[in-house]
Structure formats: structure tokens, C-alpha cells
Design a protein around this ligand. Structure first.
Ligand SMILES: [Zn+2]
Ligand SMILES: [Zn+2]
Length: 355
């Protein structure tokens, strides 16, 4: 005997997706085996409800069921139209559909029905950009190129194109009606018109999306830090629902030969001739920005001593600038002139006992 899936869910044949879901949720709870232990009747009802929902919640299966009734899953008519020739459903497999609603085994009012996955889903894309400290200091732009699904331009993402000349509906063969075990029904594909002026888009084969190489210019703000991610909304992969994921740009800082980031500050090392370290005076310090800086070091500057040049470091997010920490390294010449040697010997003699 043919089962009437609509009757099982207590729905009429015009019920929309939301009504199908609501009916399923109500009945699946009512007959769930956990709540009806050792009740054979409830178990059978539960299986029926599962089976009915599996079919009526799936637009393709539902259309096929509307057309062919109980034998819907044995009918293979036009594989391209149905997205596959085999329709598999094992009514014994109760777990998968149920868990979509109730999240595993338990019941919770908070669990919300998820739309069934159909077609391409929107997804996020992550790209890494490698930046020099100079680029981090000034802020920069990068053009990123990557592969994603994008909305098909031919059909504007709808998956369908409008025909100039309407043609007979493939599903009902032009009659506008479908005969099923429930009697004659208006065709669900053409809504009874028998003709259709829409056709699957030839460019994307109806998917609404196409793999595309995307080029996106990303503005990287000055002061961004290593490991931070910039989110560029809507520049990820497009789903069949017309929504796109986001692009995430992961910042990687390239090592610099001269400077090292230390928190908000920038560190650098300067080699100073030994006599300048002893006598003190002006020294030149490279800047992360074009040009160099000069600073005074005091008499008897020690090796490894660090001086702070305020606001001469890297740009920070928010427009401020960090400090430049200058570590002094004392330079010893590779060779001495005889004059230098004489002078140093005089100093040495003047130091008395110290060797
Ligand atoms: Zn039709
Ligand atoms: Zn298309």
C-alpha cells in the first residue's frame, strides 16, 4: 500500500519547507524511541516520520515523489535533472536526519534546524601576506590572487537563464500536470503552465557559481602586528545561496637585517668607535624611515648600553609611534696606527698598576 508522506506528517500538499520542518520536529519528538521505550507502534510511526521527512524536505525528492508516488525512488528518468540516478534512503538509518535537528541524541529547544546542504556553500578563504617592517610602518596595499567560487555572471548567480522562446516543461512533458498515486496534480516544475521560459544556465550548469580567479586589493593598515588577521567581508567563496564567505588576511612579518620588533618598540644595534664611546658625542642611527637619525651618547658609554629614541620606532595601530631602542656596541679597530699605539701606551702608563 502506498504511504502518503504528507498524511504521515499531517500536512497538505501545498505545505512549504518551514511547515514540513515544524511537523517533523513535533512528530519526531512525540514518537522518539527514547521517550517511548518498548513501544513498537511508536517505533514504526517514528520510522515513517523519518522517511516522510527525508523525502518531503528535499526539493528534488519531493518533486519526484509528487510525480511518482510510492515508487518515486525506483524511478530513474533524467539523471541530469535530478542530480544523480540513484536515490538512496535506508529507513533503518534514523540517526542522520534526527541529529540535524536535535544534535546527536538529546533534545533541546535551542537546537535550530539547519538548512540542508545543497550546492556550493559559502566559505572563508585565508591568505598570508608577508610584510617588511617598512611596509608595516607605512601601511601598504596588496593585491591577492586566489581561486574561489564566484557568482556566475551569465545567470547572475541564479543558476537559470531566461529563454527567448518558452519551451515545453521537461518534467511534465508540456502537459502541466503530473499523474501520481494521489491523482492528477499541477506540475511542480512549471506550476501547471506546461511551458517554461527558464533553463539551467549553460555556463555554470545550474550551480549559480563558477570557479574563478579573484583579485582583491587589500589595504593593510600601518602598525599591524604579526599573527593578526584582517577580515575582508564578502571576498571569500560564493555559495549557491548568493552569500559569500570572507577573506582573512594573515599577517606575517619578515625578519629585518637591522631592526627587530620588541612589543611596541623597535630595537636596533649601532657600532660606535671605542673613542666615541669613551668620550661621548654624536652618533648616527639608521631609521626605519628614509634618512638617518643622530643622537648623543654620554661619556663612558658601556658596551650593550641601550638608549631610547622616543617616537622614532614603528607606527602603531591608532596613529601613534613606538620608540626606537638603540643598543651600543663598541667597535674595536682591526689594526692600530703607530700614532694610536703611542697614545694608548701613554694612557696605559697613566693608569698605573692596572694592566
Ligand atoms: Zn511541467
Ligand atoms: Zn550560471
Amino acid at each position: 500500500m502506498a504511504k502518503d508522506f504528507y498524511k504521515i506528517l499531517g500536512l497538505d500538499r501545498t505545505a512549504d519547507d518551514r511547515a514540513v520542518k515544524a511537523a517533523y520536529r513535533k512528530l519526531a519528538r512525540k514518537y522518539h524511541p527514547d521517550l517511548n521505550p518498548n513501544d513498537k507502534e511508536a517505533e514504526n510511526r517514528f520510522k515513517e516520520v523519518q522517511e516522510a521527512y527525508e523525502v518531503l524536505s528535499d526539493p528534488e525528492k519531493r518533486a519526484k515523489y509528487d510525480r511518482f508516488g510510492a515508487n518515486w525512488d525506483r524511478v530513474v528518468d533524467d539523471p541530469s535533472q535530478w542530480g544523480g540516478s540513484g536515490v538512496n534512503f535506508d529507513p533503518g538509518d534514523l540517526g542522520s536526519i534526527f541529529s540535524q535537528f536535535f544534535g546527536g541524541g538529546g533534545f533541546s529547544e535551542a537546537d535550530v534546524a539547519q538548512p540542508r546542504n545543497r550546492g556550493a556553500q559559502p566559505s572563508d578563504v585565508e591568505k598570508t601576506v608577508e610584510l617588511t617592517l617598512e611596509e608595516i610602518d607605512s601601511g601598504t596595499k596588496r593585491t591577492l590572487t586566489y581561486q574561489v567560487n564566484d557568482s556566475c555572471k551569465t545567470c547572475d548567480g541564479t543558476g537559470q537563464v531566461r529563454l527567448r522562446q518558452p519551451k515545453p516543461c521537461r518534467q511534465c512533458g508540456g502537459s502541466g500536470q503530473m499523474r501520481s498515486v494521489f491523482g492528477v496534480q499541477p506540475c511542480t516544475a512549471c506550476h501547471g503552465r506546461g511551458r517554461t521560459d527558464l533553463e539551467a544556465c549553460p555556463t555554470c550548469s545550474g550551480a549559480g557559481v563558477l570557479p574563478t580567479t579573484k583579485r582583491v586589493e587589500v589595504t593593510i593598515p600601518a602598525g599591524i602586528q604579526e599573527g593578526k588577521k584582517l577580515r575582508v567581508p564578502g571576498k571569500g567563496s560564493m555559495g549557491a545561496n548568493g552569500r559569500a564567505g570572507d577573506l582573512y588576511v594573515l599577517v606575517k612579518e619578515l625578519p629585518h637585517s637591522n631592526f627587530k620588533r620588541k612589543g611596541d618598540d623597535l630595537e636596533t644595534e649601532v657600532t660606535v668607535p671605542y673613542y666615541r664611546a669613551l668620550l661621548g658625542g654624536e652618533i648616527k642611527v639608521d631609521s626605519i624611515r628614509p634618512g638617518s637619525l643622530s643622537m648623543r651618547i654620554p661619556e663612558c658609554t658601556q658596551s650593550g648600553q641601550t638608549f631610547r629614541l622616543a617616537d622614532q620606532g614603528l607606527s602603531l595601530l591608532g596613529g601613534k609611534r613606538g620608540n626606537l631602542l638603540v643598543r651600543v656596541k663598541i667597535g674595536i679597530p682591526k689594526a692600530l696606527s703607530s700614532e694610536e699605539k703611542d697614545l694608548l701606551k701613554k694612557i696605559e702608563a697613566g693608569q698605573g698598576v692596572q694592566k
